[in-house]
Ligand binder design. Structure first.
Ligand SMILES: *Cc1c(COP(=O)(O)O)cnc(C)c1O
Length: 384
């Protein structure tokens, strides 16, 4: 056990225990567990929060992504652009649909889709782009949506890490044609089990997704499509309704912690980090680079990810000091066994990020003193 764990998710129950207990017993005693008042209320509340006309609660983030692609009729023979350095679910959703994920390398500053590389990856088979707001940092949506319009492509935001993040004054999840959220317990808004949602302003799309997620049925026992069972359940919806009103405060706490971590860096070390090779220090110092926010982006700090050429040593030093760390993610999708057909692709930035990234503790239950302790240890190792 670490003195400062990476994230003890049980703390989110401790924080809101009476309200959560009341919500759970309300659902259990009501005797209505699937597609009821809790899901409908949560959908309305989350749509209002994100700023979209519709929200459809679904089983998880992967299904949310997949259902949108399916509802758009994307499938075999189609291509969908995805980041080379995302969590694998983004790619799996495309593969599920029968289409081919086409990876594009990230911008080295933001870790998000590099708009400059996007256009060259568009082919006559391209149907959609899935920008991921990775680590809670909004992708560069203005350029992505302009390019999508130019080529007649759909934009599906993977907002699984972006609850409450904003871009140009608007919430992530309201910036593309549709968005997919995950409520996996460790996300900024997490259920106590699996959950997900789709947000969109498109009435017809919302209607179709609702039907697809419920066996292809709108009227009970009448099936329009060979649909799926991808529903959010009442219990998770009731839990999410308790947690949603606390999301802004939780994100504000994450910002304060990020502020402490941001304060660590020595500018002379920090500045050249756009050239990845520049983080190699001649003296063998444990130099690292910090995350960057674009001008229009207000991140929700899902993860605070630094990079170091000496990741293994830095990680060992932090762990030895009693601080939990994680790696998001150690193997890029194209190097996974599951995507062996992609193994010959050259995606050096995705590989470089996987080899050098390290996630520091980042959650609303971390105290400012703990954040300062972590920053102090990093400062120390910067000089050793
Ligand atoms: C968590 C996550 C998903 C998948 O969500 P699940 O609810 O776990 O299925 C998809 N994309 C990204 C970027 C994620 O972080």
């Amino acid at each position: 056990m670490y003195k400062i764990p990476f994230y003890d998710i049980g703390q989110s129950y401790q924080e809101l225990m009476p309200e959560l207990d009341a919500a759970v017993s309300r659902v259990l005693s009501k005797g209505w567990y699937i597609l009821g008042a809790e899901v409908a209320a949560f959908e309305a509340e989350f749509a209002a929060y994100v700023g979209t006309r519709h929200c459809i609660g679904v089983s998880n983030g992967l299904d949310a992504l997949f259902l949108v692609l399916k509802a758009w009729g994307i499938g075999e023979g189609d291509e969908v652009i995805v980041p080379s350095n995302t969590y694998i679910a983004t790619w799996l959703a495309v593969s599920y649909s029968g289409a081919t994920p086409v990876p594009v390398e990230p911008d080295a500053l933001t870790f998000n889709l590099d708009p400059a590389l996007l256009e060259a990856s568009i082919t006559p088979k391209t149907k959609a782009i899935i920008p991921v707001h990775l680590y809670g940092m909004p992708a560069d949506m203005s350029i992505i949506t302009v390019l999508a319009a130019k080529y007649g492509l759909k934009v599906l935001e993977d907002a699984a890490q972006a609850h409450g993040a904003e871009y140009d004054g608007r919430k992530c999840g309201s910036l593309g044609d549709a968005a997919a959220f995950s409520f996996y317990p460790g996300k900024n808004l997490g259920a106590f089990g699996d959950g997900g949602a789709i947000t969109t302003d498109d009435d017809a799309l919302a209607d179709k997704i609702r039907i697809l997620a419920n066996y292809g049925s709108k009227v009970k026992y009448q099936n329009l499509y060979k649909g799926y069972n991808c529903r959010l359940d009442e219990l998770q919806a009731a839990i999410l309704r308790v947690k949603l009103p606390h999301l802004e405060a939780h994100n504000a706490k994450r910002h304060r912690i990020a502020g402490v971590y941001n304060g660590i860096h020595n500018k002379s070390i920090w500045l050249p980090y756009c050239q990845l090779a520049a983080s190699e220090s001649e003296s063998g110092e444990m130099v690292y680079t910090m995350p960057f926010s674009g001008a229009l982006a207000k991140p929700c700090r899902h993860q605070y990810v630094i990079r170091s050429e000496h990741r293994t040593r830095l990680e060992a030093a932090l762990n030895k000091a009693g601080i939990g760390t994680m790696i998001h993610y150690p193997i890029p999708p194209h190097q996974q066994e599951a995507y062996r057909e992609m193994s010959s692709l050259s995606l050096p930035l995705a590989v470089e990020i996987a080899d050098t990234c390290l996630s520091l503790p980042m959650n609303p239950y971390l105290s400012m003193e703990e954040a300062a302790d972590i920053a102090g240890i990093l400062e120390h190792y910067q000089r050793v």
